[in-house]
Design a protein around this ligand. Structure first.
Ligand SMILES: Cc1cc2nc3c(=O)[nH]c(=O)nc-3n(C[C@H](O)[C@H](O)[C@H](O)COP(=O)(O)O)c2cc1C
Length: 189
């Protein structure tokens, strides 16, 4: 496999994951830094990928700690792992936050199924509740939109690592702002 093949296959995996709930890369670990400089990590669903521009779309609640953290510091890392073959993708870049009033936020909201919309209707993420509600589904979805945000991640580098029996492989790729591949090289795993 050439470096160009590795880059292309990694991005093809990510692109496929956005529409395939069975893909290992459907769920990524989104890492940010909080106001105290502590690393924070959480799983998120990969919603959309623009391979040409190296963009990944993630949806979240604008009241969540991650939204606040990323508002203050746009540098984020996305980490994923696919078991077959054993490949880790570590993407570093920056995030653009689009709130409910933005065009991007309104468009993404309009495409959400009702069940997903209802997840934005409860109280602020992280607030105490007595017990989890017994039934799913909340009645209406009118006010959930006010809390819905779209995070657009722009990859600056990809650290690709393949775990193998004897000889692991690792390569680093860098992208410019429009998303073109500007450098690629094999490195020691
Ligand atoms: C498989 C899985 C997928 C998740 N997807 C999302 C998601 O797409 N967006 C989101 O805001 N939280 C998602 N969560 C919840 C987050 O991992 C996290 O617990 C929550 O958003 C609070 O994060 P924060 O306190 O760091 O803001 C998901 C959790 C799991 C287990």
């Amino acid at each position: 496999m050439t470096l160009a093949d590795v880059d292309a296959s990694a991005w093809a995996e990510l692109e496929g994951a956005a529409t395939d709930p069975q893909s290992a890369f459907r769920y990524l670990n989104l890492c940010s830094v909080d106001a105290y400089g502590r690393p924070q990590a959480r799983m998120v669903v990969l919603r959309r990928v623009d391979v040409t521009r190296r963009l990944l779309e993630i949806h979240t609640d604008v009241r969540s700690p991650k939204w606040q953290e990323i508002s203050a510091d746009r540098r984020v890392t996305l980490l994923g792992f696919g078991p077959q073959p054993k490949v880790q993708l570590r993407l570093q870049g920056s995030a653009e936050l689009n709130g409910p009033a933005s065009e991007c936020g309104a468009e993404a909201w309009s495409l959400l199924p009702r069940s997903t919309r209802s997840t934005y209707m409860g109280g602020p993420p992280g607030d105490d509740i007595g017990e989890p509600p017994a039934s799913e589904g909340k009645a209406a979805d009118a006010d959930g939109q006010a809390f819905f945000g779209v995070l657009i991640f722009r990859a600056e580098t990809l650290d690709w690592f393949q775990l193998r029996h004897a000889n692991n492989r690792r390569a680093i790729f860098a992208y410019d702002h429009p998303g073109a591949l500007t450098s690629s090289r094999w490195i020691n795993p």
